[in-house]
Design a binder for this molecule. Sequence first.
Ligand code: ARG
Ligand code: ZN
Length: 879
Amino acid sequence: MRSDTSQTIYRNDYTPPAYLVDTVELGFDLDPARTIVASRLTMRRNPDSERAEIELYGENLELVALRMNGKPLGKRDYRIDGNLLRIANPPQDVTLEIETITAPEKNTTLNGLYVSNGSFFTQCEAEGFRNITYFPDRPDVMAKFTVMLRADKQKYPVLLSNGNLIEEGELDDGRHFAKWEDPFKKPSYLFALVAAQLVCQEETFRLKDGRDALLQVWVEEGNLDKTDYAMQSLKNSIRWDEERFGLELDLDRFMIVAVGDFNMGAMENKGLNIFNTKFVLANPRVATDVDYAGIEAVVGHEYFHNWTGNRVTCRDWFQLSLKEGLTVFRDQEFSADMIGTASGRAVTRIEQVRTLRQAQFPEDAGPMAHPVRPDSFVEINNFYTVTVYEKGAEVVRMLQTLVGRDGFRKGMDLYFERHDGQAVTCDDFRNAMADANQRDLILFERWYSQAGTPIVKARTQYDADAKTYSITFTQSCPATPGQPKKLPFHIPIAVGLLGADGRDMPLGQDGANGSTAVLELTEETQTFNFTGVGEQPTPSILRDFSAPVVLEYDYTDLELLHLFSHDSDPVNRWEAGQRLAMQRLLRLTSAVASGGKLELDATFIDAMRKILTDDGLDPSFREQALLLPSETMMAEQMSVVNPQAINAARQFVRATIGTTLRTELMQQYLANMTPGEYSPDALSAGRRGLKNLALSYLAAAPDADAIELAQAQFDNAGNMTDRVAALIGLIHAGADSAAPALQAFYADFEKEALVVDKWFAMQAAAPATTVKAVRELMKHRAFTLKNPNRARSLIFSFCGANPAQFHAPDGSGYAFWAEQVIALDALNPQVASRLARSLDRWRRYAPALQGQMKKALQKVAGGKKLSNDVREVISKALA
Ligand code: ARG
Ligand code: ZN
């Protein structure tokens, strides 16, 4: 009984709520088939609103009773239109009592109250609370919550909600209860409850002000050996926020709960964070270095939301990046600070740049392009995007670049001073930054309002006689849906100049001292002059990726090689290598397509060799520098995408590196072994990363030695990082031993759901895995569409990480995609809608493929019971 609410909602239509809620008392009688929710709201007229009407949202609810100020309301006292229940002309002060019934076990959407592996969990962001009870379910309505949970004691021994436990005890019939009170007012999207069979690791942790807080990580019984890293990450997060931003934990108790069925990564419910198991559970046997890093980042992210999101929240969902962009920025800084070293920091930065290019730039250039602060949406869940999150974090980072680290802290302090306890807008954040630093950030607003990735073209001129050097920047930004013309952005461009000796030249520019200047581009075209430049420099532009833009500059190979060898800015050093590689990859792609000769120049190989064998560089940096741009990034550079040619060209380069650098790769493989006990620290992970990259290049040009090496590593691996790398090596090498290794891997780990996910994902992304093979894998007893992690591991991995097979010329990949989108949509629209985005870039392929893709899109569009989520994505793709 999904109500049809498929209208577009506009940011400019915002009006304040007519009624505010002061307190909420919720009573839950939990039963999978029939949960009764009793709600008691004290409400009052909002002085900031002219309207005299109570508006409550509700979806998929059976309304049993509704009383206002003690009197039952009859059918004529209220109206229900779609998902809105309206009561006209209520008194100034109102107490509403509402009783509703839901069936959590039937809720496959994992939105609202649902059952996972026999226990109850909730997910209320963005608009899930309305599936639990009628409520003014909007983030600018903040109330104090008291929650009474009642449930069978044996089945659900653990009863949790937000805030503090104030009472618990026994009831009749084997039931028990727990009463929770959250001392802070909060919007409904931060409500959570858990009623489950779980155990916890707990610890008392002394906060900076001397208070003790109880920290808990709740998991299923068999997983108590996998909670240490999440707990450690939580403690690190608390310390970091105290030190870097002076922000303390405001509760006596902070809980993390892991659940196997979860739509996203995790959720920052006040005092009761609920996490996808993927971002909690780890030990060396089951988790890779990447998993460990993910846990640290997500635990940090959700914890940091306690201030940026919970204490100060969003006025409306268009402001989502106010909390998400800022909180991603904070978790990025946290992860970087946890590594500590400058080159470790740079590696985290490089990974962020990779994510932007791999996912955000394509989004910004496609049919779903939207500003960091969108102007409209049909389904808000479609806007939890890399643009709102990662580009949003870049926008915050640019603010820090413009006002400096101390200035940024001042801005944050002012933001909390002004807005603690409020629901505010992106403008409020920008204004706090501007006012705390006496800066004019009016133009900067365009980063929030304009979609699209700006293109910055640079031209340079050196005058040897005058010893001056000038850089002229010209910016533009492609049209995006609904935004044909763009105004210039305020772009901080960090620049250094390298001399022939590879060293940074001192910069005489606008008073800038030191070797990097931050130039502020605010107009379409601007020239910046440097004086006292003794020789023709090599420009290092956009250091540390100081803005999320595409930089176009006609570098010669020689200049790029110079930067790749010497740039003191590690991000631009890496970037030079990426440019060298991309040029070659694109040239080879056309050669493959036209049947030309495939050749890779010795200059490039030598540059790779130099980095590979430079023991003065961190292994993690060398790994990044040697990693080629992905097939998706290559596709973004082509006017007509040819997935098979891209794949062949990239494979050719990988195999050539594997052959020509065989000796050096083997040396580095041996030199970077990490014997002894596994540790996920950055240095050890970096060594494993370089060693396993060496293995993957060796396996790309497989001879008996390479396969033997991979097999030995697989057999003897002391941790999951090495085991997975070895198995991928065997699979990609097409080794005969790949199939038995896969079997052995499954047998060893079939009880570990997150490892079974890896098992599916590795196969889905393997070059030899066809559509047909994926269909076979779907028949495996461990496969199910109902679990989002499992669906992602097989189906999303195939459609996203195996482009050469997914884009099979006969269109079979697209037909498969359409079937799966439709099947998933019937279960879980949020997950289906993510998969629906796989064809976003369909217009960029050759006409034959385009035709097949359009057919598949139309097939989905024609689906009878399409969710708003999927309909919005598909109709924008076809528009
Ligand atoms: N606020 C959560 C986070 O980023 C994400 C929740 C997204 N939920 C959703 N249904 N879209 O930490
Ligand atoms: Zn978040």
